[in-house]
Design a protein around this ligand. Structure first.
Ligand code: ADP
Ligand code: MG
Length: 342
């Protein structure tokens, strides 16, 4: 009797060990690294044998992109474009590609997204110590310089802009960078991964739970990290633009960093945040900014016209409005909101 019991315990133990070995083999710990780049916290997580080498390599590449797209670094392509003005200047392939994409989304959104918001961004300086409410005439002057049609892609790699205009790729560069990180990780052979550039989230490969990925969407009224709801997806991008990202308050009013090129002021579209679910993070980044400016009605009309793009709008009355393709893939997790489908 004793012998049988012992054998039973042994085989149970061996069974548990084999199970554990299989689990460890299938779900190795991910390699995770974060860095402060492109004005935001960047988090990269990757699974697979090559992840240890792939993650630092991908972050290294991101540094190069920051060096090209930054509005503040004097030697960046964006700064060189802004200094060269109408003469134009030759830039890197990546910058030509990103400027081209920015112009595409400007046209698509009828100018709600506009990479020449630079003079307005500088005037308001939201997110810096110099943030202030400009005078009416200052806004009028700056607004005249904002027009994406003044950006010209000339020759093979040359970009020129109208006199006084300033390019600012802050509304699209992080999406481009997230896509580039994913490409770099995949090239290095990782199995799956998660990239988060300050709310520009991209997931690929199978999720650690073996099911679909669950991506938390920030509650726009709560401290960072508090989730309003969860998007479920097989893979792709979940990108959010909101009033909570960068802002200042004066006289009981909030002035946030998404500017309406038509008014020269922080967009007042009755929204707290817009989340876009798409295949590429670049599309999500440009569109979340554009849709925020456009508001629910015009925004949903645009989403309807686009393939593989879904969106979620959060209004200042607490309505959470899903595009039809998101219904069933989003669950609300916070109090004070109501859910509806467009
Ligand atoms: P975040 O930087 O919080 O991810 P967005 O992607 O919405 O948010 O980008 C906001 C940034 O984009 C601003 O800081 C500014 O540099 C730029 N920007 C502001 N308004 C617009 C606009 N209407 N079109 C294009 N870029 C914009
Ligand atoms: Mg954006």
């Amino acid at each position: 009797m004793k012998g049988r019991n012992q054998r039973y315990v042994y085989s149970l133990l061996i069974g548990i060990l084999v199970m554990a070995a299989i689990t460890i083999h299938h779900r190795p710990e991910p390699v995770e690294k974060s860095a402060y780049l492109m004005g935001t916290l960047v988090r990269v997580k990757a699974w697979g044998a090559s992840a240890g080498r792939a993650v630092p390599e991908a972050l290294e590449k991101l540094k190069r992109l920051e060096g090209l797209f930054s509005r503040c670094l004097a030697g960046s392509d964006v700064s060189r474009i802004n200094r060269a003005g109408t003469d134009g200047v030759s830039v890197s392939e990546e910058t030509v590609e990103l400027v081209g994409e920015a112009l595409h989304f400007s046209q698509l959104s009828s100018g709600a997204f506009d990479p020449t918001v630079g003079p307005l961004v500088r005037l308001w300086s939201i997110g810096t110590e110099e943030a202030r409410i400009p005078e009416e005439n200052e806004i009028r002057c700056a607004r005249r310089l904002v027009d994406w049609r003044r950006v010209k892609l000339v020759g093979e790699r040359r970009v020129s802009i109208g006199r006084g205009s300033l390019v600012d790729l802050g509304g699209i560069a992080k999406g481009y960078a997230a896509d580039a990180l994913r490409a770099s990780l995949l090239r290095a052979g990782v199995d799956s991964g998660l990239v988060d550039l300050g709310g520009n989230i991209l997931v690929f490969g199978s999720s650690p739970k073996g099911s679909r990925w669950h991506i938390g969407v920030q509650d726009p009224l709560k401290p960072r990290g508090r989730v309003m709801g969860v998007v479920e997806l097989a893979e792709g991008a979940v990108v959010t633009s909101g009033i909570y990202e960068r802002f200042f308050e004066k006289g009981g009013k909030r002035y946030h960093h998404i500017l309406d090129p038509a008014t020269g002021r922080p967009a007042r579209s009755g929204l707290l945040a817009v989340t876009v679910v798409s295949v590429e993070a670049l599309d999500g980044d440009a569109l979340s900014t554009a849709l925020f400016v456009m508001g629910v009605d015009l925004g949903m009309e645009l989403v309807k016209r686009l393939e593989d793009v879904e969106a979620l709008f959060v209004t200042d009355e607490g309505r959470v409005i899903l595009s039809p393709g998101l219904a069933g893939n989003f669950s609300l997790r916070a109090e004070g909101y109501s859910l509806e489908t467009w």
